[in-house]
Design a protein around this ligand. Sequence first.
Ligand SMILES: Cc1cc2nc3c(=O)[nH]c(=O)nc-3n(C[C@H](O)[C@H](O)[C@H](O)COP(=O)(O)OP(=O)(O)OC[C@H]3O[C@@H](n4cnc5c(N)ncnc54)[C@H](O)[C@@H]3O)c2cc1C
Length: 294
Amino acid sequence: MSPGIDFNYDLIEGYSEKDINTIPHAYQAGPQTELLYKQLREMKDGGTFIMVAPPNPFRCPPGPYERVSMIAEYFKKHKPNSRIMIFDAKDKFSKQGLFTEGWDELYGNMIEWIPKSSGGLVTRVNVAAKSVHTDFYDEKADVLNIIPAQKAANLAFKAGLTDESGWCPINQHTFESSIHSSIHVIGDASISGTMPKSGHSSSSQAKMCAAAIVSLEKGWSMPSTKNVNTCYSLVGDSYGISVAAVYEMRNGQIKPVEGAGGVSPKEASPAFRSQEALYARGWYKSITSDIWHS
Ligand SMILES: Cc1cc2nc3c(=O)[nH]c(=O)nc-3n(C[C@H](O)[C@H](O)[C@H](O)COP(=O)(O)OP(=O)(O)OC[C@H]3O[C@@H](n4cnc5c(N)ncnc54)[C@H](O)[C@@H]3O)c2cc1C
């Protein structure tokens, strides 16, 4: 199984699942992403876009910040008087130094990030007014994007595959559920060591899991597991950054191989960032072709 994620709507007063057609999360693709796109297109120049970023763990750790970057790129071209606020349930985020360096360079002071410790934790939302409320802030948005806290997909709960964390515990070597034997869980729903919940991780886990299932069925010895993940992010159209890691099994857990990975350098040249943007697009082409054999 690779059932993905669902949301925990209990943590913000005044906001629930019935509100997602007004305030999209746009974190499962399809109608939700289309709705956010439409709202951003219709927003006036000089408007305020507010994102509420989720607590850990969640799908695609750089995802919210890459989304903000792409919205800033669009505002800069089409709605330059607009501003962006991120209210965050955390005090740090993936590739933070690289994102903030890029934001300063490309968008000046358009983007304001408010961490949890500075009043970023949204406790209440007024859906009709599109306003968010924290211990220190009461802010009204023109477009509001709430990405709620996350858990394994409801299917995993119904199948009894989750533990008290809300995710699926597994044997990290074979991806077999620690709760129900013969069911293997991969992807965002699984607790796969220190691997981030990403498409690249899920694809890598799928291959290792398939090898494990065949080995179990044939009675072969289990292959040693090596997983891989790269998360490219576009900070601007020609401005890419990345984080990469290779993973191995250590003491029953998937852990990074020391020295086999890292993040893009800080203060790199425009040519370097532009090259990484090219790699990001190449990565997308390569992984989608690998997954769908297109
Ligand atoms: C904005 C954004 C940007 C991202 N960018 C990247 C990136 O650059 N690189 C990267 O590697 N990853 C990225 N990701 C993360 C990536 O999309 C996910 O990590 C990946 O899709 C997880 O795969 P999965 O199989 O676990 O879940 P999913 O892709 O969600 O697949 C689960 C599937 O199960 C289906 N399903 C669930 N319940 C049922 C049911 N009861 N019956 C039938 N079907 C069911 C769902 O409909 C879905 O199709 C991004 C995510 C977002 C939201």
